[in-house]
Design a protein around this ligand. Structure first.
Ligand SMILES: NC(=O)c1ccc[n+]([C@@H]2O[C@H](COP(=O)([O-])OP(=O)(O)OC[C@H]3O[C@@H](n4cnc5c(N)ncnc54)[C@H](OP(=O)(O)O)[C@@H]3O)[C@@H](O)[C@H]2O)c1
Length: 363
């Protein structure tokens, strides 16, 4: 075993800054290469991070030939995640895959098959699983403070717009596909995560029904939360609002929405109901707290920002490096993340047929 695992970060944009930082801070990893569409972007990221002894590439296949690379972080736009992941798996590298993992069931099936064949480890960046509030809530649930769960809600409410460097690809139907895929998959994953009582496990969805709507699709005049102004921007090519109901194998019902249309700051409300207690964001009520007269508020870091610097990428990458070193699978590996994405694809199917969709979709 090498002294340190070598990391290649591919796609030198916004989120890559945090992947680079996290792998630089992990005592068992070293960022040995950065690749991107433009060499200049890779160089900029390296310079900003103060990385001197790092190889730069504008071609993933060439970068994957570097024998120093053990882990690849796929930070490109979502429409190239599948081809990047398959190439990395074929090269025998462990892979961090940014969400969403892929743009179609076919892409996702091919990714799964390539990863299974290569027997490499994966983690998908459902980074909120490492958010401190999420971790506290999972512990509260696992400790039985809410009793038996029966209903979970989570909503991704973010005015995705031209302030985001990834907007041009994400807003298009051909490359972004849907609001659930682009951003709402975080909320879908949260519902799966909280609908399961075991601490390091997410619930299995068995049926989905969904509606889509909203007012932003095709509209050029849009609210820019960062400038606090209405501005002309290239429009979204899909509905900005999606709402889905999900039945889980364990009997829990979930409700999840993605809403890009709200004129408001980023919010990510969570509600969890059990027969012994309730959680609303960071407030808890439980039969365990005899004499409780009001909601008990947990002062912690909330999932209340779209900023990548706010997201717990360090904890996610530390977890993944542990998984590699200890030869165990992540609870958030590709196989698990497929179950989250299947809900987004089932919602799209539902808009066509008007009928509930049974899961799993991939066999
Ligand atoms: N987990 C989270 O919470 C979180 C947060 C933010 C973003 N993300 C996800 O991370 C991914 C990237 O988002 P981002 O915000 O970092 O977007 P971004 O700023 O646009 O960065 C993507 C970078 O990839 C490069 N690129 C584009 N097309 C490429 C291609 N075909 N081959 C190689 N490189 C290519 C571009 O660099 P060049 O300059 O070289 O063209 C671009 O800077 C998206 O899937 C997004 O949803 C996740």
């Amino acid at each position: 075993m090498k002294e340190k695992l070598g990391v290649l970060v591919h796609g030198a944009g916004w989120v890559s800054t945090q992947h680079i930082k996290a792998f630089m801070n992990n005592p068992h990893t070293r960022v040995v290469a950065i690749s991107s569409r433009k060499l200049e972007s890779a160089r900029k990221r390296a310079e900003e991070a103060g990385l001197k002894d790092v190889k730069l590439y504008d071609n993933l296949d060439k970068a994957l030939e570097n024998p120093e690379v053990d882990i690849v972080s796929v930070c490109t736009p979502q429409h190239v995640h599948a081809e990047n992941t398959i190439a990395a798996a074929k090269a025998g590298k462990h892979i961090v895959i940014e969400k969403p993992i892929g743009n179609s069931l076919e892409e996702i099936r091919n990714m799964r098959d390539a990863v299974r064949k290569a027997k490499v480890k994966t983690v998908v960046s459902f980074v909120l699983r490492w958010n401190p509030l999420f971790q506290i809530l999972k512990r509260i649930i696992a400790d039985g403070m809410l009793g038996n769960l029966y209903y979970v809600e989570a909503d991704y409410q973010s005015a995705i717009a031209a302030w985001w460097s990834g907007y041009e690809d994400a807003r298009k139907k051909s490359t972004g596909v849907s609001a659930f895929l682009v951003g709402g998959c975080h909320a879908i994953d949260a519902v799966r995560w909280f609908a399961e009582k075991q601490e390091y496990k997410a619930a299995n969805p068995v049926e989905v029904f969904a509606y889509s709507g909203g007012l932003r699709k095709g509209r050029i005049r849009q609210w820019n939360y960062y400038t606090q102004r209405w501005e002309d921007m290239p429009p979204l090519e899909y509905d900005d609002l999606e709402v889905a109901l999900v039945k889980f194998e364990n009997g829990v019902i979930g409700k999840v929405s993605v809403n890009f249309g709200g004129v408001q700051p980023y919010t990510f409300p969570i509600e969890i109901f059990g027969d012994e207690g309730t959680v609303k964001d960071n407030r808890i009520w439980s039969t365990r707290f005899q004499g409780q007269r009001g909601w008990i508020e947990i002062p912690t870091i909330l999932p209340d920002s779209a900023e990548v610097t706010h997201h717990p990428f360090q904890a996610q990458m530390d977890h993944f490096v542990d998984c590699i070193l200890q030869d165990r699978e992540s609870h958030c590996n590709l196989e698990d993340a497929i179950k989250t994405h299947e809900i987004a694809f089932a919602a799209l199917e539902c808009y066509k047929t008007g009928k509930p969709v049974r899961l799993p979709l991939l066999t």
